[in-house]
Design a protein around this ligand. Structure first.
Ligand code: PLP
Length: 448
């Protein structure tokens, strides 16, 4: 029998936990998880925790999902791994074909890695190398939105506008340009979010007009900036940004690491901005990055989908014109098989459609408890993400709320003063009520 005190002490001694000031664990205990079942995590004392944030936004169909488990067990007895340079295998081929089809074959070439930050770096490198292969090596700078988050490796930090993650490494990071975010919260009273989007696009236009000659790509998180605190904006910005990038010959990278895989109500968030037949690749981005949910939350898998125009710029007799990037586990068969099982569930269960009513339940539950709360500001929702900001929150609000939510048996982890819900796509009405009730109790405790 596992003794939980023992496990916590051993973890603190031997494991350096991510995104954590380890000293804070002197006051806030780690949560020892020994099992998972559907939307629930089970701790070492048998306590159950409802996973309201999909275990950092990765889990789509619950923990220990029987269908994904079965696919992985089968794959485990067939082929666990083979290098992808010079070799191929059925799961990576099928996954690439199915993702290409989901973009309407506009982004038909899939390049694989393991973590989201690697996908960001691949897209950045591909963009610069594309321009170099076209004789425009001067186009090598990047542009991102205020508050952007695209990962934390040194290259990805160059397009991540989160001071807390970036400042300590400023000496290592080659900063890019930052343009205003079309954050819908910036709307004046009665002003539609699309108007904020048009203003932000005007600023983008001014920047591109001055800097397009040295700019390789603009990178955006379509519709929702996750790590910034679930900042939501109108799809009009994406349409305008696409047109401007076409006009100024700048690539557009859609980082759908968090918002892809159905999170915003469509499989790709970009679908809500795509105008059939317009511009480059029918109004789609040049690159689209996926990770997090694509493997159902099972295994590290990330990928970059790119257009034929991008792919062709590397297709040549000369090795140096090729994209010579690799990771040891690129295209791992187990991870790809988990992704195939995940896509199977989307189809078999009509998940995008079913999530419409699930998202309505989530919105209703959150509005019912928080719309009139004196401390709640900017209650907002995009598909299976709901969020609000808390006015007058104490400096340690996020940790206090998190700890109070745990007491209620729900896993919710605010970003700064923003409380958000991002549950897996299997929560039912009872689960949603439990999450919202837990949040209401946690908010009261954190503000007390
Ligand atoms: C999480 C995230 C990343 C980084 O992914 P990792 O797997 O954590 O490296 C990049 N972009 C966005 C939008 C993300 O939410």
């Amino acid at each position: 029998m596992l003794r939980s005190d023992d496990l916590l002490a051993r973890s603190l001694a031997a494991v350096w936990h991510p995104c954590t000031q380890m000293k804070h664990h002197e006051a806030l205990p780690l949560v020892p998880i020994v099992g998972g079942e559907g939307a629930w995590l089970i701790d070492a004392d048998g306590r159950r925790l409802l996973d309201g944030i999909s275990s950092w936004w990765v889990n789509l169909f619950g923990h220990c999902n029987p269908r994904i488990n079965a696919a992985l067990k089968d794959q485990l007895d067939t082929l666990e791994h083979v290098m992808l340079a010079g070799f191929t295998h059925p799961p990576v081929v099928e996954l690439s074909e199915r993702l290409a089809a989901l973009t309407g074959h506009r982004l038909g070439h899939a390049f694989y890695a393991s973590d989201g930050a690697s996908a960001t770096e691949i897209a950045l490198k591909m963009s610069v190398h594309y321009w170099r292969n076209h004789g425009e090596a001067g186009k090598n700078r990047f542009l991102s939105l205020a508050g952007s988050y695209h990962g934390e490796t040194v290259g990805a930090l160059a397009v991540t506008d989160v001071a807390l993650f970036r400042d300590a490494y400023a000496a290592l990071v080659r900063g890019g340009g930052t343009v205003p975010c079309p954050d819908a919260r910036l709307a004046a009273d009665g002003e539609p979010a699309a108007e904020v989007a048009r203003r932000a696009a005007a600023a983008l236009e001014a920047h591109l007009d001055a800097h397009h000659a040295e700019t390789a790509a603009l990178i955006v998180e379509p519709l929702v900036q996750g790590a910034a605190g679930m900042v939501m904006y109108d799809a009009e910005y994406l349409r305008l940004a696409r047109a401007l990038c076409d006009r100024y010959r700048v690539h557009l990278i859609a980082d759908e690491i968090a918002v892809g895989c159905g999170r915003t109500g469509t499989f790709f968030a970009w679908e809500q901005a795509a105008a059939p037949g317009a511009g480059t690749a029918g109004g789609w981005p040049d690159f689209l990055c996926l990770s997090k949910g694509i493997s159902g939350g099972y295994l590290p898998l990330s990928l970059v989908l790119s257009s034929d125009d991008i792919y062709q710029a590397f297709y040549d007799e000369h090795t140096a014109r090729a994209f010579l990037h690799s990771h040891s586990y690129t295209g791992n068969p187990l991870a790809c098989r988990a992704a195939l099982a995940t896509l199977d569930i989307f189809t078999a269960d009509g998940v995008i459609e079913a999530n419409r009513s699930r998202a309505r339940l989530l919105g209703d539950a959150v509005r019912a408890r928080f719309a009139d709360h004196r401390a709640v500001r900017h209650l907002r929702q995009c598909g299976m993400i709901a969020a609000f900001d808390v006015a007058g929150a104490p400096p340690d609000f996020a940790r206090r709320f998190f700890a109070a939510a745990l007491e209620q048996g729900v896993l919710l982890r605010p970003i700064g003063d923003t409380v958000y819900f991002m549950p897996p796509y299997i929560v039912d009405a009872d689960d949603i009520d439990r999450l919202a009730d837990g949040a209401a109790a946690a908010l009261a405790a954190a503000l007390a």
